[in-house]
Design a protein around this ligand. Structure first.
Ligand code: ZN
Length: 563
């Protein structure tokens, strides 16, 4: 126990009171749930049960955290009391969620408030408070260690506020969102929600939803998004644990709407638009058109690096060292997208290869933000994972053996991914000798080529000479056709995609084993081997464990079946 932290509840100075009051707004049932749930988290709870009677304007939150002793409980709802801060400077130093103690006083003012609590050292107590937060009734109760807060008749003395709020159904939806966000940020907690049973005369409750505790957000997110499995997600943590990233793998999950990029700071979902933009940008060209990523980012930082005053109501904040964070986040996404042992299957790697990769990680070469290394096409690339080309199927798929199963890789888009990344790193225009002659160009096409750095000169009647072309197109017999395609519009990235697609090995092209192996090695070292620049999945993985299930290898039949 840290004895330097003052225990018990302190009365705050006037100055702090105003600061707190500004940020602490109880404006809905969801706000009540959020405040009480965050109090429970601060008390170290691992199980939080919440009952909601939306029609009755009543909420009960029960936790198994550290309870309060009688003395603290009697002061808990007094004005300007909190166990966490004593001066305005403390506000910026608190490591816990916020300045929560004040919420109880607000709740006493806005509703009937009752708290039962029991610390390990004390027996349990039930206290009811008046609207000033003073205890008006105290009795001993037999309860398990922890705290149960009941808030009833919310806004009963302030009917206009009730009338301004959305329907009970919408308030329940808001509560669900609050709990989902808290669960992602605090995966160690099991949440059990109940709501009032339909047509219940006695206001009984029925189970609503449960979120089970997990080792990390990777076990929580699949409970929130149907169709997402833990294996569809890749985690990444910085060595100092200040950055945690959970990324939906682009070949396995994405959304219709850009609604699942969430950023949390110190246990709370917040809005930092600059960081959301970094995430969307880092995942460009990994998803199909009009699909959006699934990503949860959690930063843990000293409170001094956060400025909560940006937009308190919307929880929009400023971060210090923003540029550093942007760089780190882009590097983390980069690391999460690459093929590595944990993103394929933990068991899929023999320990020797695992050691090689871990050694490379420790040396900083793996997941490094510097994208130049490893992209030199002249240096033979060491395979990250042991994929062995076995055969070509329909002159379209490479069948590869892997220690834990087999993979099918579509040759055209795997090569397209390789070329796309090479061209993104090094887009070069080379002279055309002799020039390529194009005809019938519209002024917009000429402008477009010039925007891409490709100069065009008149060359006679409705003919134009082009003397520069992207390097991979220069020697091709369809160079004129390719340049015409580029003249139809789009930015440089679009031109790179078009060039990669045109120059990648076509489906229908026969490949030797050596060529297939070389392509596999290059492809698995790309920054995003999972999807092509149009967002299509590149490979299909058949794990030995699933094959074994399919072939019912656990059946004991007899020697005649070769078992
Ligand atoms: Zn293509």
């Amino acid at each position: 126990m840290d004895t330097s932290v003052p225990s018990g509840i302190q009365t705050l100075s006037e100055e702090v009171v105003h600061l707190i009051a500004a940020g602490e707004v109880i404006d809905s049932l969801a706000a009540v749930v959020r405040e009480l749930a965050e109090n429970a988290l601060d008390a170290g709870a691992s199980r939080i049960s919440i009952s909601v009677w939306a029609e009755q304007w009543r909420v009960r939150v029960a936790d198994n955290g550290r309870g309060m002793e009688r003395h603290d409980l009697q002061q808990a709802a007094l004005p300007h009391s909190t166990s966490k801060i004593r001066s305005s400077a403390d506000l910026w130093r608190v490591h816990s969620l916020g300045f929560r103690g004040e919420a109880l006083h607000s709740l006493a003012q806005l509703a009937d408030l009752e708290i039962c609590s029991r610390s390990h050292a004390d027996e349990g107590w039930r206290i009811r408070y008046n609207s000033q937060g003073e205890p008006v009734y105290t009795e001993a109760v037999a309860i398990a260690p922890g705290t149960i807060v009941t808030v009833s008749y919310l806004f009963a003395n302030w009917m206009p506020r009730r009338q301004g709020l959305p329907s009970a159904a919408q308030q329940l939806r808001a509560i669900q969102l609050v709990i989902q966000q808290l669960a992602l940020c605090h995966p160690q907690v099991t949440w059990q929600l109940e709501q009032e049973a339909i047509a219940s005369v006695a206001h009984e409750t029925r189970p609503w939803f449960t979120l089970w505790a997990g080792a990390s957000a990777q076990q929580i997110l699949p409970q929130l998004l149907r169709d997402v499995q833990p294996g569809d997600l890749q985690e990444w943590s910085s060595p100092d644990a200040s950055l945690y990233l959970l990324l939906g793998l682009p070949d396995r999950c994405h959304r219709h709407r850009p609604d699942w990029v969430k950023v949390a700071v110190n246990g709370r979902i917040v809005k930092i638009p600059e960081l959301e933009q970094v995430i969307f940008a880092a995942l460009r060209r990994t998803l199909p058109r009009d699909r959006h990523p699934v990503c949860f980012l959690h930063l843990h930082l000293p409170p001094g690096q956060i400025d909560w005053n940006r937009h308190p109501a919307k929880a929009e904040i400023y971060l210090h060292h923003l540029e550093d964070w942007k760089t780190q986040i882009a590097a983390a996404i980069d690391a999460a997208l690459r093929l590595n042992p944990s993103s394929v299957a933990d068991s899929a790697y023999n320990s020797r290869i695992g050691q090689v990769i871990r050694a490379a990680e420790a040396a900083g070469s793996y997941g490094d933000a510097d994208r130049e290394d490893g992209s030199d096409p002249d240096v033979p690339i060491a395979p990250l994972i042991p994929l062995k080309a076995l055969a070509q199927i329909h002159q379209m798929y490479i069948l590869a053996e892997h220690p834990e199963g087999m993979w099918l890789i579509e040759q055209h888009i795997a090569h397209e991914r390789v070329l796309y990344e090479q061209l993104s790193d090094r887009w070069q225009l080379v002279p055309l000798e002799p020039p390529v002659i194009l005809n019938q160009l519209l002024p917009t096409q000429i402008e477009q080529l010039q925007r891409l750095g490709i100069a065009v000169e008149p060359f006679g009647d409705r003919l134009w000479a082009v003397r520069l072309a992207p390097e991979p197109l220069a020697q091709r017999s369809d160079c004129a056709e390719a340049l015409t395609e580029l003249s139809f519009g789009g930015d440089l990235d679009t031109a790179i995609v078009a060039t990669a697609c045109r120059t990648a090995i076509r489906n229908g092209t026969p490949l030797s084993l050596e060529e297939m192996q070389a392509l596999l090695n290059q492809w698995q070292n790309t920054r995003n081997p999972r999807t092509c620049p149009h967002g299509r999945p590149i490979y299909l993985q058949l794990e030995e464990s699933s094959l074994s299930r399919f072939f019912r290898r656990h059946w004991v039949i007899g020697k005649s079946h070769g078992i």
